[in-house]
Design a binder for this molecule. Structure first.
Ligand code: AMP
Length: 180
């Protein structure tokens, strides 16, 4: 990594806040609201997210509810792509397909509009953070079920110890700005 890029990433890292025991005891919540609040880090984060995918002919950025929406729409605009939300059950108004995945306790379901894109479209999946990788993996299944071609993953943060990237194909490029 060149010096300037390193300095930018260090600045972004300083603007991620750790909130202990949120939303429940034992969780170290990585809060990106300071990144959004400061106009300079808002711009730098958006640029850093878009850069690796500028020449990849992305048709759509698929953002995961809810913090994947915050930079996801910016990212789509920067790439001149459309934006598609993946949401929790019951939030999307038109016909959907859904998939479930296991959480530490219980399970989580996510949904996408079944007419969100056309077969063969090139999709970039984005979220603020990858932890176990369960949500990104399940989002991939939804996109592929609709005939989409996942060509990249974009995360601001990875929680390295949880090895979530191992859940995703080695053949698909992943861009992670900050490993914690
Ligand atoms: P996972 O499916 O385990 O990779 O979890 C990723 C999703 O959970 C993302 O949508 C994150 O926003 C959220 N998430 C999980 N752990 C954290 C954390 N420690 N801090 C902030 N968000 C988290």
């Amino acid at each position: 990594m060149d010096g300037v890029k390193q300095q930018i990433i260090a600045l972004l890292k300083e603007n991620i806040r750790n909130i202990p025991d949120f939303p429940k005891p034992g969780i170290q919540f990585k809060d990106i609201t300071p990144l959004l609040q400061n106009p300079d880090t808002l711009e730098l984060t958006s640029q850093a997210l878009a850069r690796p995918f500028r020449h990849m002919d992305i048709d759509y950025v698929v953002g995961l509810e809810s913090r994947g929406f915050l930079f996801g729409t910016n990212l789509a605009q920067d790439l001149h792509a459309g934006f598609i939300p993946i949401r929790k059950p019951g939030k999307l108004p038109a016909d959907t397909i859904s998939a479930t995945y296991a959480l530490e306790y219980g399970e989580e379901a996510i949904e996408i509009h079944e007419d969100a894109f056309s077969r063969g479209d090139r999709i970039l999946i984005h979220d603020d953070l990858i932890a176990t990788g369960g949500s990104a993996k399940t989002a991939t299944q939804l996109v592929e079920e609709l005939g989409g071609h996942v060509v990249g993953y974009s995360f601001i943060i990875e929680l390295e110890a949880l090895q979530g990237s191992d859940q995703l194909s080695d053949d698909i490029p992943k861009d992670i700005l900050i490993s914690l």
